[in-house]
Design a protein. Structure first.
Length: 140
């Protein structure tokens, strides 16, 4: 994350976004590292380089903070949305990019979790799709 700068980016992009406070967040790595949530300097440098390539005015902006997290990624790369059949009120909402899907989560998923009818498109993203795929593979 950068030091605060004057507003220049009024919409999120795939790998750069500006917060309301003016800081700029960079992020786009997808590493297969198991449960290791450490980020290496060369990965951070690559992310910063791509951000500056997209927005050259950031070339001299100081980066002041970094963090690393494990990002959930399903086998097919799509989100998983489910409600537990065994535990009332428990939901599974996983995706690789919460920023990219934030509007869907706020406008479609959140009302469902709060008690509204499940949106018609959500069953497509149930984890049961992996069970069906396994069953189809075993049947052949």
């Amino acid at each position: 994350m950068s030091e605060p700068v004057a507003p220049f980016l009024h919409y999120p992009t795939l790998n750069v976004r500006q917060t309301d406070e003016g800081t700029v967040q960079f992020g786009d790595s997808m590493e297969e590292v198991g449960f290791d949530d450490f980020t290496t300097t060369h990965v951070l440098a690559d992310i910063a380089r791509r951000g500056v390539r997209a927005f050259p005015m950031l070339r001299h902006v100081r980066l002041v903070r970094m963090w690393a997290v494990l990002r959930v990624y399903s086998p097919d790369g799509f989100p998983i949305y489910d409600q537990s059949q065994a535990h009332s009120g428990a939901f599974v909402v996983t995706c690789h990019s919460g920023v990219t899907l934030a509007a869907a989560h706020a406008l479609r998923v959140a009302p469902w979790i709060m008690g509204a009818r499940m949106p018609d498109e959500l069953p497509t993203f149930s984890a049961q799709r992996f069970e069906r795929a396994t069953e189809l593979t075993l049947a052949h």
